[in-house]
Write a protein that binds this ligand. Structure first.
Ligand code: SF4
Length: 352
């Protein structure tokens, strides 16, 4: 789909369905030896704020270890945050007890990264897809369940006559379709897709992304699509949020973010996207980044990105740049966003 064919959803709509405010998830880790050890906080998510609108896909990207999956788990209530609010249709999920949270999972579902590992190998496909129905509607008639399951299989591109087969009889892409059918069977409003295609071959990735995009339009779902691959995220997202060391660096419309990033880290990620041409792919690309991502056990003071940023100045080591909204509506956490021109010069055959 060409970028400018995307429908307009997102900010501008009346109210977000999901509003996250200053969310932080810290784990306490033991460090040291036998004789002496100390507890240090790992700031997996450290003050995230963003909104998601009905029918919108928000892509979430960042290197591994940046806190993407912890964010997904915190939104689902699978880990309790240290602080912050997760407002789902106006209700703060962080204040609910386990029982109330379980009820909410009818509305918010997840698709996992490893399709085969996430399916119970001893259950038939029919039972896997039906399980959430039995959990939430224990008195539902068998015939109704089977009808619903067959309908879901058809909707995700599986043959309903394979209802009694087992996961090992399916390919990775088909297993992910089973996972999608299971996530959709309760008619949720939000689906969190946690790296749903990263374990699949490239050709299958495109099929699953197209399927998710079609289902999202048809059912008017909101999607939070987590990936480490910017090229993948672009093709499904209306807006993209870039994460680094547990924080949001930039939240912008997908088109703008790939054309003219506002944050130096986003710019480096866009430049690093591989080119599907063997000759060009061998040419070194200067992303401007230096070094590796620091440990989240010991994040840098000031701007967490300053140790790798080619544009860092003294102020960056001292002051944390807040995530702030610029005039045209996109968000960035960089002291120098207005003065930097990070426009991307498109490489031939680039996938973004
Ligand atoms: S605040 Fe400074 S270190 Fe951080 S991204 Fe901006 S220029 Fe780079």
């Amino acid at each position: 789909m060409s970028a400018n064919m995307k429908r307009r959803v997102g900010p501008g709509q009346a109210k977000p369905v999901l509003k996250v405010q200053d969310l932080a998830v810290h784990y306490q880790l033991e460090q040291g030896g036998l004789l002496r050890s100390e507890t240090v906080p790992l700031r997996a998510v450290d003050g995230m704020s963003f909104e998601l609108y009905r029918g919108e896909t928000l892509g979430v990207v960042g290197e591994s270890g940046c806190g993407k999956s912890t964010l997904a788990r915190a939104l689902l209530g699978l880990v309790r945050p240290r602080r912050g609010r997760v407002l789902w249709l106006g209700q703060d999920l962080t204040q609910l007890d386990e029982k109330a949270l379980r009820k909410k999972r009818k509305e918010i579902q997840i698709i996992f990264q490893d399709p085969l590992a996430s399916l119970n190998p001893r259950m038939t496909v029919g039972d896997i897809i039906a399980e959430p129905l039995w959990t939430f509607y224990p008195k539902i008639a068998r015939v109704q369940v089977e009808e619903r399951v067959r309908g879901m299989m058809k909707m995700v591109g599986l043959l309903p006559n394979q209802i009694n087969r087992y996961p090992h009889e399916f390919s990775g892409g088909q297993c992910q379709r089973i996972g999608i059918a299971r996530a959709l069977v309760l008619n949720p409003q939000l689906i969190i897709c946690d790296e749903p295609v990263s374990a699949l071959d490239v050709s299958i990735q495109a099929q699953i992304i197209n399927l998710l995009r079609d289902l999202q339009r048809k059912l008017r779902l909101s999607l939070l699509f987590i990936a480490h691959d910017l090229a993948v995220v672009r093709h499904i997202s209306d807006r993209v949020m870039v994460m680094y060391l547990g924080r949001a660096m930039e939240v912008a419309s997908a088109d703008a973010l790939y054309r003219r990033p506002l944050h130096p880290y986003t710019s480096a990620l866009v430049k690093a996207v591989p080119i599907p041409d063997p000759a060009l792919a061998r040419q070194p690309v200067d992303t401007g980044l230096t070094g590796d991502m620091p440990s989240p056990l010991n994040p840098p003071a000031g701007c967490v990105f300053h140790t790798r940023c080619p544009y860092a100045v003294k102020r960056c080591q001292l002051e944390v740049p807040p995530l702030r909204r610029l005039e045209h509506g996109d968000w960035v956490a960089c002291h120098r966003a207005e003065e930097l021109d990070l426009t991307i010069v498109k490489r031939p055959s680039s996938t973004v």
